[in-house]
Design a binder for this molecule. Structure first.
Ligand code: SF4
Ligand code: SF4
Length: 301
């Protein structure tokens, strides 16, 4: 069985906590753990429910100068990702056995996508157990109660997202509503890989992040995109592709959307939506997309 380099991950936790200006007590606790090498890492069980796998693709695209530098570093040296239907090497019964084995210990449950509840849950099946198709509903019902923490990965898990639109017949529920537990919402369509890695690091430090009224870590989602947008205060563009102008008049949702995209950027700091002359489409908001789109209200004729 693969061993996890706990010291390396703890060092990352110390660095990320300090870089984010977190309290000295958090940094101190991590340093104590690093010195003693005493913190055991829980496994991470990742379920892919009603989703497009975009959040997994985003995580796989992590590029950073900080440890873990990329997805290989994350999987090989840092977290113990016991089960992930797309990223693990095992398949079939071996993968399911690995999941059950991890579920007997301590684990963090990461759920990508919402949970379809219509048709007895049969719109989404995750694996087969001795001839029985296990639905996402069943899997979450069994695994959620004993999880140390639950992470709602991406907007679909956090709020329902695209599969949860009113036009969908599958009855998708967000993770918090379905489980009745205060899952940590990490919305984004897709989620930023740094947001996932940072949140897991905080949990490892024994420091569950402070959450806002929508269950999101305030350290990541406290301010609106508009707040820190470099185009704030510039003349508004009247059409698309006008370089450097505010995009509000062409539909930018930055003023209503909270995330640190303007300062964090994407793809290892290469660029971000507005930097690429696209509007912010509000992908981290609970209103995304059906709160803003008549298509998802079933109003298209
Ligand atoms: S482009 Fe969007 S986020 Fe930027 S200033 Fe204009 S409305 Fe705000
Ligand atoms: S800028 Fe807006 S649409 Fe783009 S990733 Fe950030 S929150 Fe989502």
């Amino acid at each position: 069985m693969r061993t996890v380099d706990r010291r390396k991950f703890l060092k990352y936790c110390v660095n990320s906590a300090a870089a984010l200006g977190l309290s000295q007590s958090v940094v101190g606790r991590l340093q104590v753990a690093l010195a003693a090498d005493a913190v055991g890492l829980p496994a991470v069980i990742w379920l892919a429910c009603s989703n497009c796998t975009g959040c997994t693709v985003s995580l796989a695209n992590r590029i950073s100068t900080d440890h873990p530098t990329d997805i290989a570093d994350l999987l090989v040296n840092t977290i113990d990702l016991a089960y992930h239907p797309n990223l693990m090497g095992a398949a079939g019964d071996l993968a399911v056995d690995t999941l059950y084995s991890a579920a007997n210990g301590q684990y963090v449950l990461a759920i990508e996508g919402g949970i379809p509840t219509a048709f007895g849950g049969n719109a989404c099946m995750l694996w087969t157990d001795d001839g029985h198709d296990v639905t996402a509903m069943e899997a979450v019902q069994v695994l959620a109660p004993n999880a140390l923490a639950i992470l709602s990965i991406g907007t679909c898990a956090a709020y329902g997202g695209i599969p949860g639109g009113p036009a969908s017949p599958t009855g998708v529920m967000d993770v918090r509503t379905f489980t009745g537990r205060p899952a940590i919402n990490i919305p984004g369509c897709p989620v930023h890989p740094d947001w996932v890695v940072w949140t897991i690091a905080q949990l490892l430090a024994g420091n569950p992040p402070a959450l806002d009224s929508e269950g999101r870590p305030t350290a990541l989602y406290a301010r609106s995109v508009h707040d820190r947008c470099p185009r704030k205060g510039t003349q508004e563009a009247s059409t698309f592709a006008e370089q450097g102008r505010c995009l509000k008049a062409v539909g930018c949702k930055g003023p209503e959307t909270r995330s640190d995209c303007p300062t964090r950027l994407w793809n290892g700091g290469a660029n971000w939506c507005i930097g690429a002359n696209s509007t912010c489409i509000g992908c981290t908001s609970s209103k995304f997309p059906h709160g803003w789109s008549s298509f998802y209200k079933g109003q298209v004729v």
